[in-house]
Design a protein around this ligand. Structure first.
Ligand code: C2E
Ligand code: CA
Ligand code: CA
Length: 946
């Protein structure tokens, strides 16, 4: 078999050789070999009278051969590859020759199949590559057709595609040998409805279809489809799908009767090819869509770009105009003369318009005269004022509208009226201020290349619109110049007068008018300067704060004139204690401050402070009277470690002075680290006191009895506050009352104590311990007088505890009366109205001004313990107590002497006629539960007391 295949070129040659072998063997008169390929039969070779032998088709169809004729099928596997037919007798080698021939035919069939497969594969690949090579449908489709033709007889081949929104069908490629009117590529056909094409029908089903001519006719009738103009013998359609398996169209192949029928292999191959065609078309269509989109976006972008460019140009022009506007405004403000303004304007104009020659004409209606405040021209000389004539300027003035003349229009023949060298182009616009026509702004050109346009007119009008007002302003300004010059002279004269006044004002603003000393303002500045110098390594300094004691009393009792005198005297006395370079100021009221330079140690400060204090020990003679007004002093030494700003020094000097006051006035305090700590501690104490007032039981009322001196009978109690502090233990009022006063908590504390005392009194009365002759004293701070509800509240408490009001005594100190004379008088009046009694506390220590006793109605007077204390030692104190007692008797006041500690004091006071006595000698203050009522009753027997 191998040898046959090698030596034989074709099946014909093989058949020929086979017949030669058979002829040589003898017996056969005629013979022929038939082979089948693609469904048709072909005679490969013959000998003798072979035409009379039946053909392959007849033999394989099983037709009976004529007599004397024999046939042998050449079979390879199941398929009949050919036939051998002969007349005569078969030689012995027939079997072997037939087998050889069969083998050869089989080999040939396989080879043909292989070649077809290779072609098909190559074609598919090319179809796939088509999309890349031809991005346009018009070029791709003819090539596709050629490729299809390579695969099979595809002369009649067309492609149908759905449009993008799947509404219609068109045929971008249509090859048909017979069809007289193939559809136009741009023509669209319906996809649905009556008389649709076969391709549309196929797309509706979405499956491949192979139809014969008869079947087509039946289908068109049944489904009312459009009948093809030329009915084909075979019609084969395959749907085209894209990669996403969506239908995009169909590929169709037709055969007419004169063409070979469709084999099943062709059908398979066509369907297979259609898949590749679908992908290729989809890629090209997608590409086309993309390109269309890109083109669309590009044109959109170009449109936007053009708009943007136009906008930018408009904005630029607007900006340019804006800029010109600013510069005109600036020009009109900075130009000192009209001429300067106009020449500046000309320069500006030159940046936008070809304005080498420029004229400004102004029309004076009153004189009917045109003047030319500005004229810059290459040829024309300066223009003289003239009566209106027939010039171009006059035309603009007359019409009130711009005039543009170019060489082609009205310019010709203009020279005559203008005089001089004729311009080639002229542009003039009216100048308005508001609605008043002021004149004309004109430019002209002698250059044939420079022709003014409407655009230039626009610019000129714009400028003209904005210089009208500026022009008016500059003109007015010029007139003002002279007026200013006159004024300036007068201003110079006045200035020197004013300087003197200012100096006085400056002095006044920094000095106190009464003492002529620097004031607080000046002091603050000096202090800050001293501090800055010190911080920069300059000399150290001290701040001294001085406050006069009892100044208010002097003012109130001796009058303001005396007060002024005292302040003046005080300033002089302080000054006398200082070195000439120390800085003394009156801060206000009775407060003075000193900056003492070159102070390095506390001791140096003390020397001066002491000197100041002692300077005030001498009385001052005021209105013929000797008045003692002592001073309280506080001193702070500048210190970089503890201070960050100058004001804090003054604050601490003030605080130190306040400490002096608290310690009984007249003296000095050096602000120290301890004071700073105390300050912090006092802040903490204030917070704690606030809490104590809100809780029950921390603030405890103590009661100290006082007795009738003559009988020793219990006369009453004074209520004194104690603070049972959870950490600090029992705190005495001296430690926290100043804080309560300063923070304003004192009014709450007093209310607390009044309420507690009233409750206690009610309890005692309920127990029958206190009869109505017992007095209960409660201390009341002056701060309460500011409280308008105080009296009402006390009345309400008295009613609440059902107390006889006369049992309650409120103790008030003299200082309270000095602080708030009017409020105190009103409150005391009201308290009297309630039936409550009033006691003047600490009498003798304060101002002891007798006027108070007259002015306010007191019921009881309490002699201060300092006098009682000195009774045994100082004869002077005996005299004072005696005087107080006489006074009380005269005013009909009861008297309580405080601080009785010894029997001798008791005896002396009793002997002098003091009504009541209070002090440790009888009992120390104690809480209610600790009172020994039995012992209180025994004061009756004086002998028993010890
Ligand atoms: P004050 O009104 O002069 O009260 C008398 C002070 O003398 C009390 O001091 C008392 O304990 C003390 N004392 C009594 N007998 C003697 C004695 O024989 N010798 C000495 N050396 N002292 C004696 P205390 O309780 O420390 O109160 C001090 C000041 O606090 C009171 O002086 C009063 O002004 C004020 N105070 C006390 N409680 C209250 C209160 O509830 N409200 C107000 N606003 N002030 C109060
Ligand atoms: Ca008291
Ligand atoms: Ca007292």
């Amino acid at each position: 078999m191998k040898s046959v295949a090698e030596y034989l070129d074709s099946p014909e040659q093989a058949a020929d050789r086979a017949l030669c072998l058979l002829r040589d063997a003898g017996g056969m008169s005629a013979a022929a070999v038939w082979a089948q390929s693609g469904g048709s039969w072909r005679r490969l070779a013959c000998m003798g009278d072979a035409d009379a032998l039946p053909d392959g088709a007849a033999l394989s169809a099983g037709k009976r051969p004529p007599a004397g004729v024999s046939g042998l099928a050449l079979r390879g596997g199941d398929a009949t590859l050919g036939w051998l037919s002969w007349r005569g007798t078969a030689p012995a080698c027939l079997e072997a020759v037939a087998a050889l021939l069969t083998g050869y035919l089989r080999y040939e069939a396989l080879r043909a199949e292989q070649a077809a497969a290779r072609t098909a594969n190559e074609t598919m690949l090319e179809i796939s590559l088509l999309a890349g090579e031809c991005p346009v449908l018009d070029r791709l489709l003819p090539r596709l057709h050629r490729l299809m033709q390579r695969l099979m007889d595809a002369d009649n081949f067309y492609i149908a595609l759905r449009d993008e929104d799947c509404a219609a069908l068109h045929f971008p490629f249509y090859a048909d040998r017979r069809d007289p009117a193939p559809p136009d590529p741009d023509q669209v056909f319906p996809l649905a409805g009556d008389q649709v094409s076969l391709a549309a029908w196929l797309l509706r089903g979405g499956a491949p279809m192979v139809l014969t001519g008869e079947r087509i006719e039946a289908l068109c009738a049944q489904e009312s489809l459009a009948r093809p103009a030329q009915l084909p013998a075979f019609w084969m359609g395959a749907p085209l799908r894209n990669a996403a398996d969506e239908l995009i169209g169909a590929a169709v192949l037709q055969r007419y009767e004169d063409q070979p029928p469709l084999t099943s292999a062709e059908q398979q191959l066509f369907m297979f090819a259609a898949r590749h065609v679908g992908f290729a078309l989809d890629r090209v269509l997608y590409h086309g869509r993309l390109e269309r989109q890109v083109a669309l976006r590009t044109s959109e972008l170009e449109g936007a770009n053009a708009r943007l460019r136009a906008e930018v140009a408009i904005r630029k022009r607007a900006e340019q105009f804006q800029d010109v506007l600013f510069r005109i405004a600036e020009l009109s403000n900075t130009s000192l003369s009209l001429e300067a303004f106009l020449s500046g304007l000309h320069r500006l104009l030159g940046e936008m318009v070809a304005a080498r020659n420029c004229v400004v004409a102004l029309y004076d209606m009153g004189r009917d005269l045109i003047s030319f405040p500005y004229c810059s021209d290459e040829y024309a000389p300066a223009l003289k004022p003239r009566k209106p004539g027939k010039g171009l300027i006059e035309q603009v003035l007359h019409s009130g509208r711009p005039l543009l003349l170019d060489p082609y229009g009205g310019m010709r023949g203009m020279a005559a009226t203008q005089g001089g060298m004729p311009p080639k182009s002229w542009l003039g616009v009216p100048l308005y201020c508001d609605h008043e026509l002021l004149g004309v702004l004109a430019v002209q050109s002698y250059d044939a290349d420079v022709v003014y346009t409407f655009r230039d007119q626009e610019v000129l009008e714009f400028v003209a619109n904005h210089i009208g007002a500026a022009l008016a302003r500059v003109r007015a300004l010029e007139g003002l110049q002279q007026a200013y010059a006159d004024l300036e002279q007068r201003v110079r004269e006045r200035t020197s007068e004013l300087d003197a006044v200012n100096a006085q004002l400056e002095f006044d603003s920094l000095h106190d008018p009464l003492t002529k000393l620097p004031n607080r303002n000046y002091f603050s500045k000096a202090l800050r300067r001293a501090w800055d110098a010190y911080v920069d390594g300059g000399e150290r300094f001290a701040v001294v704060f001085i406050d006069l004691d009892r100044f208010k009393l002097v003012n109130d009792t001796l009058g303001h004139l005396a007060g002024d005198h005292l302040l003046f005297e005080a300033g002089a006395r302080i000054r006398s204690c200082l070195r000439h370079y120390d800085f003394l100021a009156r801060l206000g009221g009775d407060e003075f401050a000193v900056l003492m330079f070159g102070m390095d140690a506390v001791e140096e400060c003390e020397v001066i402070a002491r000197r100041i204090v002692s300077e005030f020990e001498r009385p001052v003679v005021l209105a013929g009277r000797e008045v003692f007004s002592t001073a309280s002093v506080g001193v702070v030494l500048a210190d970089r470690e503890h201070y960050h700003k100058a004001d804090d020094l003054l604050r601490d000097a003030d605080h130190a002075m306040y400490c002096t006051k608290q310690q009984g006035r007249q003296g000095y305090t050096l602000f120290s680290h301890q004071l700073r700590i105390d300050q912090a501690d006092q802040l903490a104490l204030e917070t704690e006191l606030r809490r104590a007032l809100e809780e029950e039981g921390q603030l405890v009322p103590y009661y100290q009895p006082f007795v009738a001196a003559a009988s020793g009978e219990l006369a009453g109690f004074e209520t004194l506050v104690r603070w049972q502090h959870p950490q600090r233990g029992l705190v005495s009022p001296a430690a926290f009352l100043p804080i309560a006063e300063e923070s304003g908590l004192i009014t709450r504390l007093d209310r607390y104590m009044i309420n507690a005392a009233c409750a206690q009194l009610q309890a005692w009365r309920a127990e029958g311990l206190a009869g109505e002759d017992i007095a209960l004293h409660i201390n009341l701070s002056s701060a309460n007088f500011r409280d308008p509800d105080l009296v009402g509240w006390i009345g309400e408490r008295i009613a609440h505890y059902r107390l006889p009001p006369a049992m309650l005594h409120l103790e008030i100190t003299e200082s309270a009366l000095i602080d708030q004379p009017q409020a105190a008088a009103t409150a005391m009046q009201a308290l009297h109205g309630l039936g409550v009694r009033l006691a003047l506390d600490d009498f003798g220590t304060g101002y002891s001004a007798l006027s108070y006793l007259h002015r306010y109605r007191f019921d009881v007077l309490k002699i201060d313990q300092s006098f009682v204390f000195d009774l045994d030692r100082k004869q002077e104190s005996v005299a004072i107590v005696r005087a107080i007692l006489a006074l009380a008797r005269a005013l009909d006041l009861e008297v309580v002497a405080e601080g009785v500690e010894t029997a001798s004091q008791r005896d002396k006071l009793t002997e002098m006629g003091c009504g009541m006595l209070q002090g440790y000698y009888f009992a120390a203050p104690a809480p209610a539960w600790a009172l020994d009522w039995d012992k209180l009753a025994r004061f009756k027997e004086p002998g028993d007391v010890a």
